[in-house]
Design a protein around this ligand. Structure first.
Ligand SMILES: [Zn+2]
Length: 364
């Protein structure tokens, strides 16, 4: 495993450019609200186009320099030319870009690691906040004793831009920031950097916090992921520098990632279906009941190879597929107590149609 300090190598071409992109990104992040406010609801230039242009600018190979200042200067030049081209049509954008240019500074030794760690802390804080606002008794008890994770760093040949990864099976628990290599590293790297709080929020709530996961990842990458998107949408303005439009950017980044990393695999569509199920179930349960149940479920140690968890989702998925709105109604009556909700699903529901023999077997 690479040491965390290796994130800031000064003798490696990719590391130096990574640091430069983060330096530009840090400036963009400080004025992202202004940038997006000046461009959203506009087709030209849209904020997405600006971020993509900048990403493109930063990804251009500029010779094998090991001086981050050169890359940063290059990006500033790109920003200034954008300022010029939109000065007349969009003065607010011009101002925002000008502020960004002023804020972009290369990282001092140790500063980038600290910065990424700060973003990690923000992700964890959001995760804890989510449990304290939406969780029930068990989840709230568990969140107080989740051990801290150690930050690590790795490189990978197969990752686009960067990703994060939580290993909770070895002590101490660790969260690894994984950077791609060469050209892969610079695919939407800026957009990924601007979404890091969400990545870390996900690592905490989907992986570090729960006492279990199902082998297919439908809980962590499906249901909990959908819950995280909805909490992020509702609460991202509470992050340092956070604001209501940030989830648009994060969602685009997630979509890019899923599309790219799953070329030729079933994962993208497979996980997507849980977002639909989550929307139906949470939309038809009373206020936050379904989110609360998911968090309680995360904090419930599985017995019998997770049979209760498995049954719970089987019944819910069948209910959603067959528009059984009586199911969310009953769940709402139980509140976020998972044991009670489970008993209700098993005992009080009228039987499902005979064709659903699988569910009948589960419910028996
Ligand atoms: Zn995950």
């Amino acid at each position: 495993m690479t040491r965390w300090t290796d994130l800031e190598r000064t003798d490696d071409f990719d590391s130096v450019r990574f640091s430069a992109v983060c330096a530009v990104g840090r400036g963009v992040r400080m004025h992202l609200p202004q940038l997006m406010q000046a461009t959203h609801r506009k087709t030209k230039p849209s904020w997405a186009q600006i971020i993509e242009d900048l990403d493109h600018e930063l990804s251009r190979p500029t010779g094998a320099s090991l001086d981050p200042k050169q890359y940063v200067a290059f990006a500033k030049e790109g920003l200034r030319s954008l300022m010029k081209s939109w000065a007349k049509q969009n003065p607010a954008l011009r101002t925002a870009l000008g502020e960004i240019v002023n804020q972009v500074k290369v990282f001092q030794p140790g500063e980038l690691r600290k910065h990424i760690q700060d973003l990690h802390d923000q992700g964890i804080r959001l995760g804890k906040r989510c449990v304290s606002e939406w969780g029930g008794r068990r989840a709230k008890q568990l969140v107080d004793v989740v051990p801290n994770a150690e930050m690590r760093f790795a490189r990978s040949d197969t990752v686009n831009a960067m990703t994060t990864y939580c290993d909770k099976h070895r002590a101490p628990i660790s969260v690894t920031l994984v950077l791609g290599k060469g050209d892969r590293l610079f695919q939407n790297l800026l957009k990924s950097y601007l979404s890091l709080e969400f990545y870390f929020f996900h690592e905490f709530l989907s992986h570090q916090f729960p006492l279990w996961d199902d082998p297919s990842g439908s809980f962590s990458e499906g249901y909990l992921f959908a819950l995280e998107k909805s909490f992020f949408q509702a609460k991202c303005h509470e992050l340092v520098g956070g604001f209501a439009l940030h989830p648009f950017l994060v969602n685009e980044n997630i979509a890019d990632h899923r599309a790219k990393s799953n070329e030729g695999s079933r994962d993208s569509d497979y996980y997507q279906q849980f977002e639909g199920l989550y929307a139906w179930l949470s939309g038809n349960c009373s206020d936050r009941t379904f989110a609360g149940l998911l968090l309680e479920l995360a904090a419930t140690r599985p017995a019998n190879q997770g049979r209760r968890q498995f049954n719970f989702f089987e019944i819910l998925e069948t209910a959603a597929t067959h528009n059984r709105s009586d199911v969310p109604n009953r769940l709402s009556a139980a509140g976020v107590d998972f044991d009670l909700a489970y008993q209700i699903l098993l005992q009080e529901l009228p039987p499902f149609p005979p064709s659903l023999s699988r569910s009948r077997k589960v419910a028996a």
